[in-house]
Design a protein around this ligand. Structure first.
Ligand SMILES: NC(=O)c1ccc[n+]([C@@H]2O[C@H](COP(=O)([O-])OP(=O)(O)OC[C@H]3O[C@@H](n4cnc5c(N)ncnc54)[C@H](O)[C@@H]3O)[C@@H](O)[C@H]2O)c1
Length: 368
């Protein structure tokens, strides 16, 4: 198969979908790998590193999309990339379709086959391609919250971990999955008081058994959230309903319950976010203030730490890319129902139930 690895187009996105080590694995099985010039630079991989393992460097995205049968990316395609997609071409990347009708319709119009990293499941029902990026974003969310609590970013002027004689910050984590657990562990490690809310009792049991003593687990209800907002200096939004738009947990009127200068880092912004007033932001301008509350909504948080994130992501994705190249889409989807759950758009038809429900679009019953 001809596999293409374009350079990511988004501002401040430093990840790349395949490393030179991944190219070596694909080349050994006889596949052709095209890498766009400079694609790996943000993650510390030069064109020569790719060439050394047998990749062909192509100068433009046009050429790469024109030749590749399978395009492996990191972030959802931008408008200029959607225009390059061809009918029947396989696109394997993060998509987060429920956050964008425009993207969903663009992919449907292209006729491509789009497989979303974030809805592929493993045999235990987990999300193996989302997990490494959630680990990164969860850890980063606390670093970012700590920075946003500073006065220069309009925060409360509170040091997350406190000092002897001065209390640490209170951190509220909404959703105790991969992002939430990573955030809770880092915040607790810095000395903050942490409350983690989730609706999954088994998950709360697990967190209760494994987290440090300054992490408390609470069953998530609107009442429980309202009760904790007045004392929370930082709120980390980490809820997910796979494939669907994030549930709304902080309507605008709840902001008045919070202290001026408190911070909301809504990591789930890529699925629309759980806070009514959150909107997508960038690493260059990560925050804004609404009703005296600092909002952080960067949609590609792991992109800032490209080296770590690329290595973490590709450790998880390369096995799928390899099997996809070996078996083709139909072959892999027939053998691996968890992979098939990632197929979101198939030759002009929508195949992800949660996205069809979000945008009230027809769901295809097609099998491939
Ligand atoms: N912004 C970024 O750069 C970035 C990076 C990585 C991940 N993410 C996003 O972070 C979000 C979380 O990802 P994850 O891997 O931790 O997901 P996950 O599935 O591991 O965890 C989500 C948790 O939310 C819980 N939940 C669902 N509804 C809830 C509710 N009403 N109240 C409380 N908890 C609820 C679930 O029970 C689950 O435990 C996703 O939207 C993911 O795409 C964003």
């Amino acid at each position: 198969m001809i596999i293409g690895v374009p350079r990511e187009m988004r501002a401040d996105e430093y990840r790349v979908a395949v490393t030179p080590a991944g190219v070596e694995q694909l080349r050994r099985s006889g596949h052709t790998v095209l890498v766009e010039q400079g694609a790996g630079l943000g993650s510390g991989f030069a064109d020569e590193d790719y060439q050394a393992y047998g990749a062909m460097i192509v100068p433009t995205a046009e050429e790469l999309f024109g030749e590749a049968e399978l395009v492996c990316k990191v972030k959802e395609p931008q408008a200029a990339e959607i225009r390059l997609l061809r009918p029947g071409q396989i696109l394997f990347t993060f998509l987060h379709l429920a956050a964008s009708r425009e993207l969903t319709e663009g992919l449907l119009r292209s006729g491509c086959i789009a497989v979303a990293y974030e809805t592929v499941r493993d045999s235990a029902g987990r999300l193996p391609l989302l997990a490494p990026m959630s680990e990164v974003a969860g850890k980063m969310s606390v670093q970012e919250a700590a920075r946003c609590l500073g006065k220069p970013t309009m925060g409360r002027g509170i040091l997350l971990g406190g000092i002897p004689g001065v209390a640490p910050a209170n951190v509220l984590v909404l959703g105790g999955g991969v992002v939430g657990a990573a955030a809770a562990r880092v915040a607790a490690g810095l000395g903050a008081n942490v409350n983690v809310l989730d609706v999954d009792l088994n998950r709360l049991r697990y967190l209760d058994e494994t987290m440090p003593a300054n992490v408390h687990t609470i069953f998530s209800t609107p009442e429980a959230i309202r009760a904790r907002l007045p004392e929370s200096d930082a709120v980390i939004g980490a809820v997910l309903i796979p494939g669907a738009k994030a549930p709304l947990l902080i309507p605008r009127e709840y902001l008045t319950l919070m202290q001026p200068g408190a911070v909301i880092v809504d990591v789930g912004i890529d699925q629309g976010g759980c806070c009514e007033t959150i909107r997508p932001t960038t690493h260059r301008e990560p925050t804004y203030v609404v009703d005296q509350i600092v909002h952080y909504g960067v949609t590609n948080m792991p992109g800032a730490v490209g080296r770590t994130s690329t290595l973490g992501l590709t450790h998880a994705t390369i096995g799928y890319v390899h099997r996809l190249a070996e078996l083709g889409l139909a072959g892999l989807a027939a053998r691996d129902a968890g992979f098939a759950a990632g197929v979101s758009v198939f030759r002009g038809e929508l195949t992800c139930p949660a996205v069809a429900e979000t945008f009230v679009l027809p769901l295809s019953k097609k099998t491939w």
